[in-house]
Design a protein. Structure first.
Length: 138
């Protein structure tokens, strides 16, 4: 996330989309995304969703799987149409590494929004892969 002064001093409540005081100009802090709470008036629609994976040696000079493209030189990505839900008041639950003295007992809530999301939360989500899952990838 692009962690700014407002987020550093966060105490409680849902951090609203569009409030730049919570964000910095560049990505500079990692948080764990630990939950999602849907809001009211849920609506489903079909959207084009992009998913990416790390590029390995086998992915040079281009990504090895059909319909993949290179993003930021480090990732192989693909896009597919999926059903997504939008609802008023939906939020992500995040956990900070600063302990229970930060936010709501170590957790925070961030409004779900379109585009890059609050403090770029929609653009830099990573998952861990156990080494045994990567052995055939490297």
């Amino acid at each position: 996330m692009a962690w700014g002064t407002g987020l550093r001093n966060y105490k409680s409540g849902v951090i609203p989309a569009g409030d730049a005081s919570f964000c910095a100009s560049r990505t500079n802090h990692a948080l764990a995304l630990v939950g999602y709470t849907s809001g009211i008036n849920p609506q489903k629609e079909t959207k084009l969703v992009h998913s990416c994976r790390r590029r390995f040696k086998k992915d040079y000079p281009s990504c090895r799987h059909d319909n993949e493209y290179i993003w930021e030189e480090k990732f192989c990505c693909s896009a597919e149409e999926v059903k997504v839900e939008h609802s008023e008041g939906a939020y992500w639950t995040i956990q900070n590494s600063h302990g229970t003295g930060w936010g709501e007992n170590g957790y925070g809530r961030i409004e779900v929004s379109e585009g890059v999301g609050v403090c770029n939360i929609n653009t830099r989500a990573y998952t861990a892969s156990p080494k045994w899952m990567l052995e055939d990838e490297e």
